[in-house]
Design a protein around this ligand. Structure first.
Ligand code: SF4
Length: 378
């Protein structure tokens, strides 16, 4: 939904607010939420949305009629699991920029960072906000507030191509503007660094924004970037630390050099091991992406490959399993058209992922087992 539409939907009628207050009172008195909602439909026959209940709850608090009750708020908000840990993830995308990778499975879309499609949920929000970091973060905080999620502890997840390939002055500016948004500080954004100027990053400004953030209402408790294993070096780690990065996502994709080469990843399994070793020694959290069903893989080779993650020292703290998806804008599509690539059947893939999940050690969190690409592209 574009920001304008979203704002329009958050202007509530008096009918919506009075019904919502009746529902809230009944729930507070012990009624089940879905029963109360069904018993108080809107005049057009529809049901009240959860964000309407949250808005009515806030009105009751602001007017002094009710006292703040976080447990009650948690019981009426949408997707409560999303922020159950107390930390709210705000995802933002960097602007379209060339990526050093040539991976054959990676989609390309005009006006988007490499590998992202305009209608993936997080990417759509970034596109609507013209990839402006301040707008992306502040609008997401507003949305979370409107649906009753906490926003006092924020993990900022920066996606979009390969972070390390962006100019460092852009990286510094991008993160600083995320902090400005969390700090509620719209003033003096400074120009977005031009791709053609030879500007140096101004870490003093970023560090000032970080210090302000230590006492604001929306504190940053985690900063995540995504990059390639062959971009990680001792120098890069110093830079990431200066930026305040706490967690690094990397595409391992496979630990088989033959498969990596066939898919033109441009790095080896040894690069991934080297990167994870450096990151771990420097105290960063590590998220690896791993892809079954790449060109040249079989269900049996994928099983063997996956076991190496835990037996050979990669040992990520978190993992995203991204089964290869055949997208028309990726070069792999032409391999498929020539009969040189065959996707696994749905049953083969489900069985494979189900088997692999049981082998993941308890210390590793599984973030995803499929990428959220709308099915019209696959
Ligand atoms: S490195 Fe990542 S973004 Fe770049 S081409 Fe490969 S998969 Fe796509």
């Amino acid at each position: 939904m574009d920001p304008e539409n979203w704002r329009k939907k958050r202007i509530y009628t008096s009918e919506q607010m009075s019904l919502a207050k009746i529902v809230l009172q009944e729930v507070r008195d012990g009624r089940k939420l879905d029963r109360a909602l069904r018993d108080h439909p809107l005049s057009d026959g529809g049901l009240l949305a959860k964000h309407m209940l949250v808005a009515a709850y806030r009105e009751l608090i602001d007017s002094g009629a009710w006292e703040e009750n976080p447990d009650f708020l948690a019981s009426i908000r949408m997707k409560p699991v999303r922020t159950l840990s107390g930390v709210t993830t705000v995802t933002v995308l960097t602007k379209p920029y060339p990526c050093p990778g040539k991976c054959i499975f990676c989609p390309t879309e005009n006006q988007m960072p490499k590998s992202y499609l305009k209608d993936e949920p997080g990417a759509a929000r970034a596109f609507q906000n013209r990839f402006d970091p301040f707008e992306q973060v502040s609008s997401r905080i507003t949305e979370y507030n409107a649906v009753g999620h906490p926003t006092d502890k924020i993990e900022c997840l920066i996606l979009g191509g390969t972070w390390s390939s962006y100019r460092r002055d852009y990286q510094e500016w991008f993160i600083r503007r995320c902090f400005d948004a969390m700090n509620g500080n719209e003033a003096s954004p400074g120009e977005e660094p031009s791709d053609h100027a030879s500007g140096a990053p101004d870490l003093k400004k970023l560090h000032a924004a970080q210090i302000i953030n230590e006492t604001t209402a929306h504190r940053n408790v985690g900063l995540v970037i995504e990059t390639r294993p062959d971009e990680i070096s001792a120098d890069e780690l110093v830079w990431l630390r200066q930026l305040g990065v706490t967690k690094v996502q990397m595409g391992a994709q496979s630990l088989n050099d033959r498969v990596l080469e066939l898919n033109q990843r441009g790095h080896t399994a040894a690069d991934t091991l080297h990167a994870t070793t450096l990151l771990r020694a420097a105290g960063f959290k590590i998220v690896l992406h791993w892809m079954p069903n790449l060109l040249g893989a079989t269900p049996a080779s994928d099983r063997a490959d996956f076991s190496r993650l835990w037996q050979e020292g990669y040992a990520p703290d978190e993992i995203k399993i991204y089964p290869t998806q055949l997208l028309e804008s990726a070069e792999l599509y032409q391999y498929w058209q020539r009969g040189e690539y065959t996707p696994y059947t749905t049953e083969e893939l489900i069985q494979l992922v189900a088997d692999l999940k049981t082998t993941i050690p308890r210390y590793c969190r599984v973030n995803r087992i499929i990428r959220d690409i709308p099915s019209i592209h696959v």
